[in-house]
Design a binder for this molecule. Structure first.
Ligand code: DGL
Length: 268
């Protein structure tokens, strides 16, 4: 049985934890939400890199066998340094622009991500490997993360802001939309309300967890069948809110896991 650390700037990475509990329910998890500092997407690269490394060092010190950086923004700015510093499997997430380019019939793809992700070298290097025949309409989802953090993913306010962000993507005729931030899968309902069912939504959580599974297999980690592990939720802001949001946002049955919620203070 492995102990897996999952880290995000806030509640977004719960979309990855959810998928991990579906595919790999037998392992133990620590979910670390840095909600006191969310959103990361509008902070400097240096700040994101230093903070992400700090939190991953904390997870490693807690005994994690692998860490999922369940945040596109932190992956883009920090994964290189984290991999150089920590000697354990580090799995990151990045916007699914490659599968999107393959699935788009029209060759027009919208990418909704944070400004920091869209500005990053990592994202732009990936973009440069894709055929020029595919057009990418990049849009920073400014303001969306704080609304999701405040439990307003399905509110009128969110719908209005989302409509503004999606307008250029819709106007360009995109048939595929990349959810390039782990918070955004929680906007599916609102996106469907605005754009209908015809647009294909790309979210990489399934692929990320398959990658985690492969890494654990490579390490020959023992996986007892039919047992469910524990989930320790940790927030730098309010653990009660994190627990409530996990229960609201995730489709996994948390009652089958032993779930605890703790405040994490004092990390500089
Ligand atoms: N969940 C995040 C991501 O995937 C971070 C969003 C933020 O804090 O701005 O990019």
């Amino acid at each position: 049985m492995a102990l897996i650390g999952v880290f995000d700037s806030g509640v977004g990475g719960l979309s990855i934890l959810d998928e991990a509990l579906h595919q790999l329910p037998e392992h133990d998890y620590i979910y670390l939400a840095d909600s006191a500092n969310a959103p990361y997407g509008e902070k400097s690269s240096e700040w994101i890199a230093a903070r992400s490394l700090n939190l991953c060092q904390y997870l490693a010190a807690e005994g994690c066998d692998a860490i999922v950086i369940a945040c596109n923004t932190a992956t883009a700015q920090a994964i290189k340094d984290i991999r150089l510093t920590l000697n354990l499997p580090i799995i990151g997430v990045e916007p699914g622009i490659k599968p999107a380019a393959m699935q788009s019939h029209k060759g027009i793809v919208g990418v909704l991500a944070t400004q920091a992700t869209l500005n990053s070298d990592k994202f732009n290097s990936l973009l440069a490997t894709l055929p020029e025949s595919c057009q990418f309409i990049k849009q920073a989802g400014a303001g969306l993360v704080p609304l999701i953090e405040a439990g307003k993913a399905n509110s009128e306010e969110t719908l209005e802001l989302l409509a503004k962000h999606l307008e250029p993507i819709w106007d360009a005729g995109a048939d595929t939309l990349v959810l390039g931030c782990t918070h955004y899968p929680f906007l599916r309902k609102s996106i469907r309300k605005l754009l209908g069912d015809s647009i294909t939504l790309i979210d990489t959580s399934e692929a990320v967890v398959r990658q985690l599974k492969r890494q654990l297999e490579d390490q020959a980690v023992d996986t007892p069948q039919g047992q469910h592990g524990f989930v320790r939720l940790m927030s730098t802001k309010d653990e009660g809110i994190l627990l409530r949001m996990a229960q609201e946002l995730m489709s996994s049955d948390l009652n089958t896991h032993s779930v605890t919620a703790k405040h994490l203070g004092g990390l500089k």
